[in-house]
Design a protein around this ligand. Structure first.
Ligand code: ADP
Length: 656
């Protein structure tokens, strides 16, 4: 994994779009760069005049194109007020039903007055066009935010959904259905407030038996009853809202497929999957909204009363930078460190004077975990660079310069062990197995020492193996040890986290089974759906690591993925970072070294009793050799240099 992947790929231009636009009329601002460009000859700056009032407006840059309209930024020359103006050429609405549609949009929208609905200012027409003057939303729409971010944090989703729901409640109370709720119709103002817009498909609510049976809306977000031509009711808007929520949390619309017919089938049968990284309240809420029968769907009120909203943290404001990068959100009580809190509760070291009931405690942790852990992980991930091998201990004290592995107190482990055994004995399995990091180090040193001492000088590597037993290696990793631990994805797609307290959790490749290791000799395993409450904090962290790596990181080489085999997961026993490389030692004797500067990797594995050495070069191409061939025939100076470095690293670890 390239540490640079952590860095945000987009730079946010936080200045109001086109704020200098009118200082010199013939220049246009580029929304991407903020630089000014010469206007294109085909689109000269024009003054538009309302033929009735005589008010003049200067036409600025194009904000976007719609079905009938182009939308421009325009400034009232007398008041300097800026608007987003939909310009609809008469030629585009020549047919009566087209003109009717525009009139319908104007008549519905002009009567709407709500904080979270795009303000309709006024409209007029001249000989060429119809002009609809709207409140200008300078930060574009949720579609643009989604394009940059792909997924939002749950607190952000709550922030936006609450505003959409507030607008929808107002609309529904007035008997208006929006009928086209989608990310592109949720506009974002300069101060990050959401405004529902585009009433092109909106309609007055009709009694169920008199509803128009037309199919309208965005295909992915159409409700089953609309597809089945049973008409559009307020519940159909709620369905679309569920699709919006899903898209923001999961990154893709719930029923998206490559084929429209298939999508419609999925909608009709309500076939969708809930990713494992979603919090339980988020999953429950989505299931409550995406119900086939409109009457069974949650109402807007019920949605707001759902624990997803009542128990999760919602920020009062979002920073503009959140349009393109994961925001740094202020928790309700910033003085409290989440992990310390979760750990203290899990490990029974709470010193609170007022004793909370177990359910209060659970709620509090779940709230913090679902809201804040995600926030801080993402934030940290975005900025993490590879530097040294410092680690912040669990207690959140100052970073220590000690090696990267911290050891949990024996007492704490015993207490959690008792607690898991006590509550989960029926569903967990306990295995006894013991491989220590020092045993892996010792054997690795012996292998390398022997190989380096006997290998003859050579200019190139021996022939690589055309086929060999597959082995598991680390394809992605995330160091978040200054808070929680070290996460990794193996080539068999299972995920693991070595927490700072030395405990370890893995999620199987199919994301169905969870293993928890208190020590490397005590293994518990549970179905992912039945992880004991005591471990929900760790599970949330693991799930977040999993989804982060899945979505944001590149696989570290071209080696094929293999299926997970065997009952016991591969355990990361120890990881060490130096200024040049990351060393990872596994319970099956595999060890892997990733060099930061050129992204090369060396993996030692023992899939079939012989030792294999795999080298992943700068171009991410992998070559696997028998270590015995390298010992016999030598290897390239490039690889030899790395092997010597690895031996030095291992010797240092052995002495530590
Ligand atoms: P659609 O066919 O998507 O309904 P519209 O005519 O409503 O298109 O809008 C076209 C584009 O103009 C939108 O996608 C958006 O980029 C931009 N736009 C529309 N309304 C506003 C607004 N109030 N503020 C800023 N941009 C807007």
């Amino acid at each position: 994994m390239d540490p640079a992947c952590f860095l945000p790929s987009h730079q946010f231009n936080g200045s109001p779009l086109g704020s200098d636009l009118y200082k010199t009329s013939p220049t246009f601002a580029s929304s991407k760069t903020g630089r000014t460009e010469q206007p294109k000859a085909v689109e000269p700056t024009r003054i538009i005049t309302d033929p009735v009032t005589g008010r003049a407006y200067s036409k600025g840059r194009l904000l976007g194109k719609g079905g009938f309209a182009r939308c421009y930024e325009m400034r009232d020359l007398s008041s300097s007020q800026t608007y987003a103006v939909k310009v609809i050429p008469h030629s585009r609405v020549a047919k009566p039903h087209q003109r009717e549609k525009i009139i319908n949009e104007i008549e519905l929208h002009r009567d709407l007055h709500h904080k979270h609905i795009v303000k309709f200012s006024h409209h007029f027409e001249d000989s060429e066009n119809i002009y609809i003057f709207l409140e200008h939303c300078s930060r574009k729409s949720l579609a643009h935010i989604w394009k940059s971010r792909h997924t939002l944090l749950e607190p952000e989703v709550r922030y936006y959904l609450k505003q959409i729901i507030s607008a929808l409640k107002y609309l529904h109370l007035k008997g208006i259905l929006h009928r086209d709720l989608k990310l592109g119709n949720f506009f974002i103002s300069e101060n990050m407030e959401l405004k529902v817009g585009d009433f092109g498909l909106a309609a007055r609510q009709e009694p169920a038996d008199q509803r128009k049976k037309t199919i309208c809306g965005t295909p992915n977000y159409l409700a089953p009853e609309v597809l089945l031509r049973q008409g559009h009711g307020p519940e159909s808007d709620v369905w679309s809202l569920g699709c919006v929520m899903y898209t923001l949390l999961c990154g893709n619309p719930p029923f998206e497929t490559s084929d429209l017919k298939e999508t419609y089938k999925c909608i009709k049968h309500v076939t969708y999957t809930l990713p494992v990284f979603l919090s339980i309240p988020a999953k429950n809420l989505l299931m409550g909204i995406l119900k086939r029968n409109p009457q069974e769907r949650l109402t807007l009120e019920e949605i707001l009363d759902h624990e997803f909203f009542t128990k999760g943290y919602t920020p009062d404001k979002l920073p503009p930078s959140s349009c393109v990068m994961v925001p740094e959100l202020n928790p309700p009580n910033p003085a409290k460190s989440l992990f310390v809190k979760v750990t203290k509760t899990l490990f029974g070291k709470r010193k609170s004077k007022v004793k909370k009931s177990p359910s209060e405690e659970r709620d509090e942790i779940s709230k913090l975990v679902t809201g804040l852990v995600k926030t801080s992980i993402c934030r940290q991930m975005s900025h993490k660079t590879v530097e040294g091998n410092e680690v912040t201990p669990l207690s959140g004290q100052s970073p220590s310069s000690s090696p990267a592995v911290t050891v949990a107190e024996e007492g704490s482990r015993k207490s959690i062990s008792r607690s898991i055994r006590g509550t989960m004995a029926s569903t967990s399995e306990v295995f006894e197995d013991c491989v220590t990091a020092s045993a892996v180090i010792e054997s690795a040193i012996a292998l390398l020492k022997n190989c380096l001492s006997i290998m003859p000088p050579a200019e190139r590597n021996p022939a690589s193996l055309a086929c060999h037993e597959h082995f598991v290696w680390v394809s992605k990793w995330v160091d978040y040890s200054n808070k929680y631990g070290f996460g990794y994805q193996l080539s068999n797609r299972s995920i693991g986290v070595l927490f700072n307290d030395g405990t370890h959790m893995t999620l199987s490749a199919n994301w169905k089974k969870v293993h928890y290791n208190l020590t490397n000799s005590k293994h518990f395993s549970f179905p992912a759906s039945a992880v004991p409450e005591q471990l929900q904090g760790q599970m949330s962290v693991l799930q977040y690591f999993a989804s982060y790596m899945e979505q944001h990181l590149m696989k570290g080489g071209d080696l094929p993925s293999i299926d997970e085999v065997g009952q016991l997961p591969l355990l990361l026993l120890q990881w060490v970072k130096t200024d040049q490389a990351l060393l990872m030692l596994f319970s099956n004797g595999t060890f892997q070294v990733n060099f930061y500067n050129d992204h090369t990797k060396v993996i030692f594995s023992k899939p079939d009793h012989s030792c294999l050495l795999t080298y992943i070069n700068r171009d991410r191409n992998s070559y696997t050799y028998k270590l015995s061939s390298i010992a016999e025939l030598g290897c390239s100076p490039e690889l030899q240099h790395r092997l010597k470095y690895i031996l030095k690293l291992l010797l240092e670890r052995a002495d530590a």
